[in-house]
Ligand binder design. Sequence first.
Ligand code: GDP
Length: 521
Amino acid sequence: EQELADEDDGDLEIRPPVVTVMGHVDHGKTRLLDAIRQTNVTAGEAGGITQHIGAYQIWTEHDGHERAITFIDTPGHEAFTAMRARGAQVTDIAILVVAADDGIMPQTVEALNHAQAAGVPIVVAVNKIDKPDANPARVRQQLTEYGLVAEEYGGDVMFVDVSARENIGIQDLLDAVLLTADAGLDLRANPNKDARGVAIEAKLDKGRGSVATVLIQSGTLRVGDAIVAGTAYGRVRAMMDENGDAVEEAAPARPVQVQGLNSVPRAGDTFLVTDEDRMARQIAEKREAAARNAQLAKARKRISLEDFTRALEEGKVESLNLIIKGDVSGAVEALEESLMKIEVDDTVQLRILHRGVGAVTESDVDLATIDNAIIVGFNVRPDQKARERAQREGVDIRFYSVIYSALEDIENSLKGMLKPEFEEVQSGVAEIREVFRSSKFGNIAGVIVRSGTITRNAKARVIRDGVVVADGLAIESLRRFKDDVTEVREGYECGIGLGKFNDIQVGDEVETTEMVEKPRG
Ligand code: GDP
C-alpha cells in the first residue's frame, strides 16, 4: 500500500521489541504469558484491573536500564500467521515454548517453521523444568536437528530453562529477548509523527461499540486523531491500556485499545492517522473496493505445479516452495531427502518451508498461501476446513501414495518438463456410518456419499483422521437397499464391500479415484 510505503525518518528512536509466544498445545504458553506479566516492575503502581486486550507491555530492568517489551497475548502461531496473511508482520522475536518433559512435538515444529519462514529470530523457553522428568538437554539436542543450535553448543540461539508455574528463569528469558533484540535487530521508530500500526484484535462491545487493540508501529497515536484501520474509520474517542487505565497518547510498540471506529477491523489490518475525518473515510472506502478486487484476483494468483513449470520455462521463477505432510515421519524424511538430491541447475531452488506428520491442516494452507507454496500430502488428506480454505485460496495440494511418483512429478517440474498425461483425481468420498459384519461377504460398510459419485469397481482407499490406512482397494460390491447398483451419488446412502479388506470403522472415509487425462496449459 502506498500509504505505508516511504519511511524517511530523521529522528528514529529505539523502540521495544514485540514478542509472540508459540509452541505445542499444553506446553505452557498461556501460563508463561501470565508469569511474564506478573514480573512487570511498574504493575504495582498502575492499580488498574488486568484486562485482556490482546497484547501487553511490561517493563523490566536490563543492564541497569528500564526496558519495555511488548507481548502479543494470543498464544499460538495461528494469530501470527493470520496477521502475516494480511501482510502485517508485527512480531520481532518469537519465544518457542517447549515443555522439558515432553520435548518437541508436531506443533513445536510447525511453530518454528512459521517463525523461520517469516525470518523472525527465535528464543527457546524450555518450560516445566520443575517437573521430575524434565530433560532440558534433550530439548536442546532435538532442536539442533531443526537448525536451532543453542549458544552453549556453539550456535546462535538462546535457550532459557524456565518454569512458568514456579516462576523460575522468567527474568533470564526477558534478558534473552532483549539480548536477541539488541544483537541482531535494529528496532527503531520515529515517535514524532502521525501514528501507523496494526490491529491485533477487535470486537464489538455492547456498551462501547467497536473496540480494537492496535499496536503502534511508528509515530504516536493520540485521543482525537482521525484514523482508518482496514476498512473501518473514525476518530479516537478513548484509549485504554492492559491495566484498564485511560491513555492519552501511545508511542511505538505500545498496544492500546481504541474506541471510536465505525466498524470492527480484522486482526492484521493496518491503521493510520489521517489529517481529517473525510480523508479517513475516503481511504476506508477505497480499501473496501480494493479488498473486493483483491479477493477476486487472489485465487488466480497462487502458483500450481503446472504454473511453476511454465514460469520456469519462461525463466520467471527461481524457487519452488513446498510443504510436506505425511502419515509417518520416516516417509516425510525419505521424501525430503530424495527431493534435496534432485539435481537442477543452480538457478532453481527448492525450499521446504515446513514438514510434518499428520493430516494437512488449515495452518499448512495458511503458510502455503502466504509464501506461495505447494503442499505435498503423502498418504494424508486435508481435514474439512483445510480443504475448504485451500479451495478458496487456490492452493495446490498434491496427493501421493508412492514416494517415487511424488519425486517424479516434482523433479519434472523443477526441470521444466511437461507432466505425465494422466493423473489420479478423486471421484467420490463416502463416510462410514455403520459396519455390518458378514461372514459370507466380509464386512459391509453402511455409508453416506459425501461428495462426487461412488462407482462399482472404482479404485478406493480408506482414510481415518486424515491418514490413509489402506490403499489399492476396490469397490467390489455396491448396494442400495437390496439391489446391486453401479453408482451412488452425493447425499445418498448405500452399502459398500471392499473385498477382503475388513478393517473398517465408523467415521472412516472411503475415497474413490479415477484416472483422467490432464489438461495441458
Ligand atoms: P498452552 O496450551 O501452551 O497455553 O499451555 P498452558 O499454559 O495452558 O499450560 C498447560 C498445562 O501445563 C497447565 O495445566 C499448566 O498449569 C501446566 N504448566 C504450565 N507451565 C508449567 C510449568 O512450568 N510447570 C508445570 N509443572 N506445569 C506447567
